[in-house]
Design a protein around this ligand. Structure first.
Ligand SMILES: Nc1ncnc2c1ncn2[C@@H]1O[C@H](COP(=O)(O)OP(=O)(O)OP(=O)(O)O)[C@@H](O)[C@H]1O
Ligand code: NI
Length: 384
């Protein structure tokens, strides 16, 4: 198993938006893999670059956005294979699929995408069943009658009661959760190997969200479909993901199997994200929101991009851009041998850059976290 090629391999993906205000480095050198049947989380705050990364894999980035570098390999085919030359011009390899090949061979059939808002994907003026049937007819070699049968079966499969009746209803007659089920049915209809889901449950209430997550678990077992699950919610990650990529300002700053990420957290940002979710052992009042706001992706901070908000930031974090690698040597070989996702982190704490002797930085977060202690210190220094 471990020596099998991954289903999807994303390498050094960079996507930028060329705006009047400047270049937005929305996705800035992202790498991760998805194994067959694996559910991989892409998690981070708003603006981290999760959606743009998802769109880039499908080559759906819109103007003024552009993939400027990187490789995306799916079942051996190059969905993206772009190199940025030193003079700034872009070179697409000959292997890279054309937009026509993407449409014909990949989108819908091999990789399906589900968005947060079902109304973006469902046309309000047409009946749900008809839209589903048409999609199946378009992508599979079946007659209209067969497509209708498959469509009703799919509606039943995703837990929509009375599917024959609901087939003839319009999107607005479905609740939010039921609409999201329709989209899952549509995504599954061509039996893709990979589904990219961009916050599909974010707009739903917690109970309905839980039901959808259960459904996804069941369907994944049945069809062995792999998922890239975009979310800002670590609770969702804990519930369904096998492995996780934590994004901050266009970069993946920690990646690991889900248990390792939760119980052997390496990056201070991941820790902050974990602190901000409710846990059974903590009351809602004691949740720590992450201090400060995320800086702009047009002008990311120097050094480690999280240094302006990191409770553990030191002087060196402002200068050194952390490498993405294993936190301790030796770990990689063992984990690679077991076929597990390597635990990788981008934080200078784990590098040989003299973090220990570097001066702590003052930022919003160190003030917030140090709490009483810094107040005491400040009081002492003023000689009061
Ligand atoms: N069309 C666009 N033009 C300019 N900038 C864009 C455009 N689309 C996205 N961006 C920028 O790219 C960055 C990444 O955005 P993205 O939508 O991927 O974030 P996200 O992690 O999906 O956040 P959210 O949780 O809010 O969906 C942001 O700085 C965003 O402002
Ligand atoms: Ni998004």
């Amino acid at each position: 198993m471990s020596h099998e090629e991954p289903l999807l391999k994303v390498e050094n993906l960079k996507t930028q938006f060329f705006t009047e205000e400047g270049t937005v480095r929305a996705v800035d050198g992202v790498s991760f893999e998805v194994q067959h049947g694996e559910l991989v989380g892409l998690v981070g705050e708003s603006g981290a670059g999760k959606s743009v990364a998802a769109q880039s894999i499908m080559r759906l980035v819109e103007e003024p956005g552009r993939i400027v570098d990187g490789t995306v390999t799916y079942k051996g085919r190059k969905l993206v294979d772009i190199e940025e030359r030193s003079d700034g011009t872009l070179e697409e390899s000959e292997e890279m699929l054309t937009q026509q090949e993407m449409r014909r061979d990949i989108r819908g059939k091999e990789i399906a995408i589900i968005f947060q808002d079902p109304m973006e994907s469902l046309n309000p003026v047409f009946k749900v069943g008809g839209q589903l049937r048409e999609f199946i007819e378009l992508n599979r070699d079946v007659s209209s009658a067969e497509a209708e049968e498959i469509a009703v079966d799919m509606l039943r499969e995703v837990g929509i009661p009375e599917p024959e009746k609901r087939y003839d209803e319009y999107p607005h007659q479905f609740s939010g959760g039921m609409r999201q089920r329709v989209l899952i049915a549509m995504a599954l209809a061509c039996e893709p190997s990979l589904i990219i889901a961009d916050e599909p449950t974010t707009a739903l209430d917690v109970t309905v969200e839980g039901q959808i997550l259960d459904l996804v678990e069941d369907l994944r077992e049945k069809y062995n479909t792999a998922f890239v699950w975009v979310t800002h919610d670590m609770g969702v990650v804990a519930e369904i993901c096998d492995s996780v990529n934590v994004m901050y300002l266009g970069e993946v700053i920690e990646q690991a199997e889900v248990e390792d990420l939760f119980y052997d957290t390496k990056h201070p940002y991941t820790e902050a994200l974990l602190r901000s979710i409710p846990r059974p052992d903590r009351t809602v009042e004691s949740l720590d929101p992450i201090s400060g706001v995320m800086p702009e992706a047009i002008n990311p901070p120097s050094g480690c991009r999280f240094h302006t908000r990191c409770p553990e930031a030191r002087e060196v974090c402002r200068e050194a851009h952390p490498k993405h690698g294993p936190p301790e040597e030796g770990v990689t070989d063992r984990e690679a041998a077991e076929g597990a996702t390597e635990h990788l982190v981008s934080c200078v704490k784990y590098e040989n850059v003299d973090y220990e002797h570097s001066e702590p930085l003052d930022n919003e977060s160190t003030e917030a976290f140090a709490g009483g202690l810094s107040e005491l210190r400040a009081g002492g220094d003023d000689g009061e």
